[in-house]
Write a protein that binds this ligand. Structure first.
Ligand code: C2E
Ligand code: MG
Ligand code: MG
Ligand code: MG
Length: 278
């Protein structure tokens, strides 16, 4: 990173590094206007009760239709949005749009929205959240925020107060990518989550890896003991479903049950009965 090197007092750029910086600068300019140009959109991935095949909600996943590049996944631009101060406005748009769309689904089908640590720490976040609920008329119980350990890493008291204020609204809080952080268990003691999302890396290795199976079993047991829901992310095979079911995991999400899809397609899935083959 040029900024880091610059701290040493000097830095120079190799030609390929210069090209990378120019590409980043171009992406930054494009990203600054992406929202106003209507280039952002959300896909919705079904969340399923594995016992019945019922679709119980969807996770909203952000996409950017960057001109000349096609749809860009969030992993390629969220960090940049955080750095250039755009994650607040973009995150506010995601909340508004997800709540607006979810309000058209039958009650109690809910929507889960990812919140970045930088977005969460912004002073206006709570007001943005309340505004999205008010404008859409969505019942707070149908909204879930997915946070990662990055949210809990700093400002512990302020963070906990912020999370408690959100839960007091009736909005649920899920811990995303559970098991990949540094002290996930410590966070469980400090804050009362509604859901743990077992990271895809554990689900991926479930068939064949006894350790992964033991970890999933432990997380499901932990969730039960704490009165939380366990959700297994990234389910791709029937064998994984069988193992998850055997471990008592009830909520699943993954390509096997449905890829992230446009709002119209998810609405259609609900109108067609709201179940998927299991
Ligand atoms: P995440 O919240 O853990 O989302 C799950 C990711 O796994 C999504 O990638 C989803 O498309 C992918 N996925 C779901 N099922 C499967 C599967 O069966 N197999 C495989 N290989 N992948 C699966 P996506 O959409 O590229 O999002 C990546 C990450 O970007 C998300 O991870 C989340 O952390 C972040 N993100 C997405 N939307 C937003 C947003 O609106 N705001 C913020 N701040 N972050 C977002
Ligand atoms: Mg998520
Ligand atoms: Mg995740
Ligand atoms: Mg992830």
């Amino acid at each position: 990173q040029a900024k880091e090197a610059g701290r040493g007092g000097f830095c120079f750029f190799a030609p390929e590094m210069n090209a990378r910086l120019m590409e980043r600068r171009a992406m930054e300019l494009d990203l600054r206007s992406a929202m106003a140009n209507g280039e952002l959109f959300l896909h919705y991935q079904p969340q399923v009760d594995v016992r019945t095949g019922a679709v119980i909600g969807a996770e909203a996943l952000l996409r950017w239709n960057r001109p000349g590049y096609g749809p860009i996944p969030p992993t390629h631009f969220i960090a940049l949005a955080e750095e250039i101060g755009m994650v607040g406005p973009i995150g506010a748009w995601v909340l508004q749009e997800a709540c607006r769309v979810a309000a058209t689904w039958p009650d109690p089908i809910g929507v889960a929205v990812n919140v970045s640590p930088v977005q969460f720490r912004q002073p206006g976040f709570h007001a943005t959240l309340e505004a999205a609920l008010r404008a859409s008329g969505l019942a707070p119980s149908r909204l879930e925020l997915e946070i990662t350990e990055g949210v809990l890493l700093h400002n512990t008291d302020a963070t906990l107060a912020g999370l408690n204020r959100i839960r007091a609204l009736g909005v649920r809080i899920a811990m995303d990518d559970f098991g990949t952080g540094h002290s996930s268990l410590g966070y469980l003691q400090k804050f009362r989550f509604d859901k743990l999302k077992i990271d895809r890396s554990f689900v991926e290795t479930l068939d064949g890896d006894a350790n992964a199976a033991a970890i999933v079993r432990a997380v499901v047991g932990l969730s039960e003991a704490l009165g939380l829901t366990a959700n297994a992310e990234g389910v791709e095979t029937a064998a994984q479903v069988a193992l998850l079911r055997a471990e008592g995991c009830t909520e699943v999400q993954g390509y096997l049950f449905g890829r992230p899809m446009p709002a119209e397609a998810f609405g259609q899935l609900l109108r067609a009965g709201g179940t998927v083959p299991r």
